[in-house]
Design a binder for this molecule. Structure first.
Ligand SMILES: *Cc1c(COP(=O)(O)O)cnc(C)c1O
Length: 540
């Protein structure tokens, strides 16, 4: 009889060695990626966060924290969810349907509820308006295709044709090679999800990678964090160059390892409007044979025309290459619903070749409901949106988009130069050349400036790490740029008056929130606030 105890012991020793080796390899990867100092800091942050989360559950503390949370959330709820005697609330299906007139009149009320006044061009990003004529055309397109579904191309051949043509037009804008392909999606986030999923699957099938990782700048869109969360991928954030605010290429090199399935950069990024060094990232990607995604969701229909526009308005500016002309670029996301001015709910994900696109496809060929195949996250897809998108693209045309690029880039430049030249206490982050300008201050609390601007009707975006605010210029902002600068002048003067030397004490709501968000000890509170906020969205 064989000695089972011995073989058990051998087996457990083997298991022990394998586990230890895996752990050592993992630790080495972390250490290489973050350096000793960074690794210790990560460990500290991790433990501190756990500790404070635990503290929050202690009696005495938890009641206090919850009382504060409730107060803040009640305030938010009052702002977002109208209640009172004059407000009609529909909590169940009406027994008998309303008349057309009733519905229309209620819709008018809903459209006119008190809201941030985007119509005056005082909101950063958010509304990518192509003009009244375009809105009318889109409504007509919707009406004609409101029952259409891309899931059934045999029933709606026109919608299939429009989708294929939208993808083709966007591929051409981004200089895709003959082999270039893509799909439409419901928006930038879905495009990013698809790019990450395709890269993960490619890594699994071609390199047997079971613990996939993505390397991307800290400024990459949060959609990457979402992809990591949804698809079980580890997202490794690379820091920025402190002067240019582009991703630090040396940091990217250190973060890349045998598990890396995708490298990504932005053209430009959301926070600062800075275009990463895509050619630099491409060199790293090619050297290690890793796919490279360019997030041009925001660049959309501005970035492809910037070369031409800068030749006219300022030939001294070199517009970097960010599209498929850069060898290592394997996928690009472009939002038709941003500067393409298509109705909300549309974006395009492009790939250098069909092999990579295939990895985002989902197949269930033995399903009892029949052979099922779907290109993106959704099953049924709204044909009406695709019709609206196609109609917008062909209506505006290349020259129309060049014109809008010129206007938007010029507005952003005038804001940037005004801040750089006329505001000694403010500074612009990096050298943005697109539609977004982010700025901050060494001496003033920048969130107080945001709150001051809010009082004047301006809704700019608050940024963190580092604290800053930005404006994403749209067609609507173009005519309001001068007003922004004069309002900013007044607000900065006020905040300067309230700032005692060396102290950036927060005054308003934004300043309070980001004061809380910026500290490890209170981050758990911000999570609770964020969850409470999402819950409020579904209150009636
Ligand atoms: C807007 C944006 C996205 C995608 O956002 P969606 O809201 O999902 O359309 C992705 N990346 C950047 C840089 C963006 O600005």
């Amino acid at each position: 009889m064989p000695d089972t105890r011995l073989s058990f012991r051998t087996a457990s020793t083997a298991v022990f060695i394998v586990v230890t080796a895996r752990f050592a390899a993992k630790s080495m990867r972390e250490l290489r990626a973050r350096g000793i100092f960074g690794s210790v800091k990560d460990l500290y942050n991790f433990s501190a966060r756990k500790f404070f989360r635990f503290m929050m559950t202690l009696p005495g503390i938890s009641e206090k924290v919850n009382a504060e949370l409730d107060k803040t959330l009640t305030h938010t709820e009052e702002e977002l969810v109208p209640r009172g005697p004059g407000i009609r609330r529909q909590l169940e299906l009406p027994k008998d349907g309303w008349t057309d007139e009733q519905v229309t009149s209620e819709l008018h009320e809903l459209a006119n509820m008190k809201h941030s006044p985007w119509e005056a061009g005082k909101v950063s990003g958010a509304v990518y308006h192509g003009g009244e004529d375009i809105l009318k055309l889109q409504t007509e397109a919707y009406g004609m295709f409101s029952v259409a579904n891309q899931l059934h191309p045999d029933i709606f051949p026109g919608v299939r044709k429009m989708e294929a043509e939208v993808v083709a037009m966007v591929l051409r804008m981004y200089n895709a090679p003959e082999s270039g392909v893509g799909t439409s999606t419901s928006g930038g986030t879905e495009s990013l999800l698809m790019a990450c999923l395709a890269a993960k699957m490619k890594g699994r099938y071609e390199k047997s990678i079971t613990e996939p990782e993505i390397v991307a700048p800290v400024t990459i869109h949060a959609g990457f964090d979402k992809a990591a969360y949804y698809f079980g991928i580890k997202l490794r954030h690379a820091p920025l160059d402190p002067i240019t605010y582009k991703v630090d290429l040396n940091a990217v090199k250190r973060l890349v390892n045998a598990n890396t399935v995708l490298i990504a950069g932005s053209a430009p990024n959301f926070p600062h409007g800075i275009i990463d060094d895509i050619e630099g990232l491409s060199k790293i990607a090619l050297k290690h044979n890793i796919p490279l995604h360019v997030d041009a969701c925001l660049g959309s229909f501005v970035v492809p025309f910037m070369e031409k526009v800068y030749n006219e308005i300022d030939p001294a500016v070199t517009v970097p290459l960010v599209d498929f002309r850069v060898k290592g670029v394997t996928s690009i996301s472009c939002d038709t619903h941003k500067y393409g001015f298509a109705p909300k709910g549309s974006s395009v994900i492009m790939y250098r070749d069909a092999k990579l696109r295939r990895y985002q496809y989902f197949l269930a060929t033995d399903w009892s409901g029949g052979v099922y195949a779907s290109p993106t996250l959704a099953g049924s897809r709204p044909g009406a949106l695709m019709a609206g998108c196609w109609a917008t693209l062909v209506r505006i045309g290349e020259n129309g988009y060049i014109e809008s690029c010129r206007n938007i880039v010029s507005a952003a430049r005038s804001i940037r130069f005004a801040i750089q030249n006329e505001f000694p206490t403010l500074y612009v982050l990096g050298q943005p050349i697109g539609s977004v300008v982010a700025f901050s201050s060494e001496t003033l609390n920048i969130y107080d400036i945001a709150d001051g601007l809010l009082k004047k009707g301006w809704h700019l975006s608050a940024l963190q790490n580092p604290a800053a605010i930005h404006i994403a210029c749209t067609r609507l902002t173009v005519t309001a740029a001068g007003e922004l600068i004069s309002d900013l002048r007044e607000v900065v003067a006020q905040v300067e008056m309230h700032t005692t030397a060396g102290e950036k004490k927060p005054q308003g709501d934004t300043a309070m929130l980001y004061g809380v968000a910026g500290s490890i000890s209170t981050n758990a509170v911000v999570d609770e606030l964020a969850v409470g906020y999402l819950d409020i969205l579904y209150k009636v």
